[in-house]
Ligand binder design. Structure first.
Ligand SMILES: Nc1nc2c(ncn2[C@@H]2O[C@H](COP(=O)(O)OP(=O)(O)OP(=O)(O)O)[C@@H](O)[C@H]2O)c(=O)[nH]1
Ligand SMILES: [Mg+2]
Length: 379
């Protein structure tokens, strides 16, 4: 059985010397490419990777007459540039040959095998594994030449789409009013408690809480309990008409959080009530709260149906419960709304942090294989 081995070096000359020393002068170059050598989890120096075989019969696997002879390592002097050109011209044909070798059961001696399909397809399958939808994958990769892609460039492409807003910006003279809306049970009330505690206790701002979630008795008690623990005032309003007066009462506050009842996006009447609440307030920043455990198609539906009111930000919750994060990218591409915060657990106030594009992108691109949570609580 023949074997294919991988060699990495700083330059092509060094890599070829390694091939020659290991497999002899008749070694056949199967593929060369540039790779980013990962050191301690960080993308580091660019290296040259050469795949070579000691099987001279590789020649027979080529398509008849359509390809040049394999790049045999020879000790005879040769122009380095012509050798590299020859290698480059072979890459396309050799990719197909690798696939053929795999089908014929040739042993491969390595930890990983470069797939016999074009590089772009590797990134496609990586993104699809993360549950990024096919149309998003195509849109993302269409403008990038196949050979310009690496994991780090892919991550940058994804990060560009995951636009973030930074933390809620306070305003001079009047309180900033922030309303959280979204489906049932996604973590609106808990997130308000986390943010209220961070703004009041850590940043020493004056914080007021308003709840218009009188739909369930327990909901009012839930926020009231948090308000007592954090020691911030709370107002309960029973209709949208009462909302402006409650906000006026908090005129001396820096920030006022408005908690709303979880609404099914499919209940048009309930969504209409929420919209009426927004319209009652002259300035209100609306954050749509979405759970990262919700499937993409439902997320599209939620964003579309909540869009009857002005939506300014998205908060992604329950990242700790999710195993694939492509749905965040799908939503970001279809409905480009800046992401303000992400939440990563049930602890109040620790498990919330300001969203960062790069961190989110690394979850999308590397999330499925991430050994430990990438996100850490904000101090
Ligand atoms: N694992 C995990 N659980 C969370 C997170 N955020 C909230 N939860 C939990 O989700 C459940 C629902 O949270 P709530 O804050 O009551 O959700 P809500 O959106 O206000 O719910 P409704 O008002 O009923 O619509 C609670 O058990 C929370 O502890 C998170 O980031 N991770
Ligand atoms: Mg709630």
């Amino acid at each position: 059985m023949s074997s294919i081995r991988k060699y990495q070096a700083k330059t092509i000359t060094e890599a070829l010397a390694m091939v020659r020393a290991d497999l002899g002068r008749d070694a056949v170059i199967v593929q060369t490419r540039k790779v980013n050598k990962k050191v301690l989890g960080v993308w580091g120096r660019e290296m040259v990777e050469v795949w070579a075989s000691d099987n001279p019969d590789l020649e027979s696997l080529r398509r008849p007459q359509t390809t040049p002879a394999p790049a045999t390592i020879s000790s005879s002097p040769r122009e380095p540039s012509s050798r590299i050109e020859q290698l480059e011209s072979e890459i396309q044909n050799l990719k197909a040959m690798i696939a053929q070798l795999a089908r014929q059961g040739v042993a491969v001696v390595s930890d990983t095998v470069p797939s016999g399909v074009p590089a772009e397809n590797r990134w496609m399958s990586l993104l699809k594994e993360a549950e990024v939808e096919e149309w998003v994958v195509r849109e993302l990769l269409q403008s990038v030449p196949e050979n310009a892609l690496s994991e780090s460039t892919l991550q940058s492409l994804v990060a560009e789409r995951l636009v973030t807003s930074g933390p809620i910006a306070l305003q001079e003279a009047q309180p900033k009013v922030v309303m959280l809306v979204g489906p049932t049970g996604v973590g609106k009330t808990t997130t308000i408690a986390k943010l209220a505690a961070q703004y009041a206790l850590l940043q020493k701002h004056r914080v007021g809480l308003i709840t218009i979630d009188t739909y369930r008795i327990a909901a009012v008690e839930q926020l009231r309990t948090y308000s007592q623990i954090i020691d911030v005032p709370i107002r309960v309003v029973y209709s949208s008409n009462e909302l402006p007066a409650a906000v006026r009462e908090f005129a001396s506050m820096d920030i006022v959080f408005v908690d709303t009842a979880g609404r099914s996006q499919r209940n048009t009447m309930q969504i209409g009530e929420l919209k009426a609440c927004c319209e009652r307030l002259s300035t209100c920043e609306v954050h749509l709260v979405l759970s990262s455990t919700t499937k993409t198609r439902d997320l599209y539906d939620i964003v579309e149906r909540f869009s009857v009111m002005p939506l300014h930000r998205i908060i992604w919750t329950k990242l700790d419960e999710s195993t694939a994060f492509g749905n965040m990218l799908n939503v970001a591409v279809k409905h480009p709304l800046p992401i303000s915060y992400v939440t990563t657990g049930q602890r109040v106030p620790e498990d919330v942090e300001v969203a960062e594009s790069n961190k989110l992108a690394s979850l999308v691109v590397g999330g499925a294989s991430a050994p430990t949570p990438i996100l850490t609580p904000t101090a």
